[in-house]
Design a protein around this ligand. Structure first.
Ligand code: ADP
Ligand code: MG
Length: 257
């Protein structure tokens, strides 16, 4: 085994939104090359955690720290965090009327290249690149000329997120319920897209999910259970199987204050 090198370290994180504290003393370490799943009831704070890592401005970090590659990112704006290699696939992908998917993807790609000191890709090379990526997620090229997510079905929006993830080649990808609402074929395609990204052994992924099915395809190294804004249990892949049997009721016996 390679030496473990942390890509993300969350230290005693406390976060509020609109004066309500959501995350409480949350600790989490993700090393390079690891797949982590986060599970937990609705409202336990999973999406809040993912948005705070990505730098969503609505959330207020009360105390604690988030380190990415060893450096605090709390003062870094979300665009820069994305350029540094943090990718968030939203639970509810947004539609962007008036902007074609192709333009959006090219802008995102070029803006990351610029940050990395590389030249802009020419549109023909970009089209070749994006067409390769489309194949990974079984998307038709016609999705490039449509406006971002506009009129896309739930499954198509999720595939589009994986397309972005694959194109941006980020070091840490956070997928917030990317598998929710997918039929079995779409789930396999999404899983294939995630695994494709992970062929680079340095890449890390956080999968937020309610379902064992995704974890059968993309096998996590660790599973964390969130409850009332913090991680209350961490285990290996068998923890998800246990949850399928027991549900979350045992969480109610955990005191978390
Ligand atoms: P999960 O993703 O685990 O279902 P969330 O992180 O979305 O949970 O939500 C955690 C808690 O934070 C919920 O009680 C939710 O109502 C609250 N919350 C999240 N965003 C906001 C917001 N913008 N305003 C008020 N409360 C919020
Ligand atoms: Mg959520």
């Amino acid at each position: 085994m390679n030496k473990k090198i942390p890509i993300l370290e969350i230290q005693d994180l406390n976060v509020s939104i609109k004066e309500v504290q959501i995350l409480k003393n949350l600790n989490l370490i993700i090393n390079k090359g690891e797949i982590h799943a986060i599970m937990g009831r609705n409202g336990s704070g999973k999406s809040t955690l993912s948005k705070v890592i990505a730098g969503h401005p609505a959330y207020n970090v009360l105390s604690g720290d988030i380190l990415f590659n060893g450096k605090s990112i709390l003062d870094i704006d979300p665009e820069l965090r994305a350029h540094m290699g943090i990718f968030l696939a939203f639970q509810y992908p947004v539609e962007i009327p008036g902007v074609s998917n192709e333009d959006f993807l090219r802008l995102a790609y070029n803006s990351k290249s610029q940050y990395e000191g590389q030249e802009e890709i020419n549109p023909i090379d970009f089209l070749n690149l994006v067409n390769d990526k489309l194949k990974i997620v079984n998307m038709n090229p016609s999705f490039l000329v449509r406006n971002v997510n506009e009129g896309f079905s739930g499954g198509e929006k999720k595939k589009n997120e994986i397309l972005q993830m694959s194109l941006l080649n980020s070091h840490l990808s956070i997928l917030d319920e990317t598998d929710s609402g997918l039929d079995i074929d779409a789930l396999k395609i999404i899983s294939k897209g995630i695994l494709h990204t992970l062929t680079d052994k340095e890449k890390s992924v956080i999968l937020i999910t309610h379902y064992q099915r995704l974890l059968d395809y993309v096998k996590p190294d660790f599973i964390h259970i969130m409850h009332q804004g913090t991680i209350v249990e961490t285990g290996d892949a068998t923890l998800a199987k246990k949850l399928e049997l027991t549900g979350y009721n045992w969480l109610d016996n955990i005191k978390n204050n």
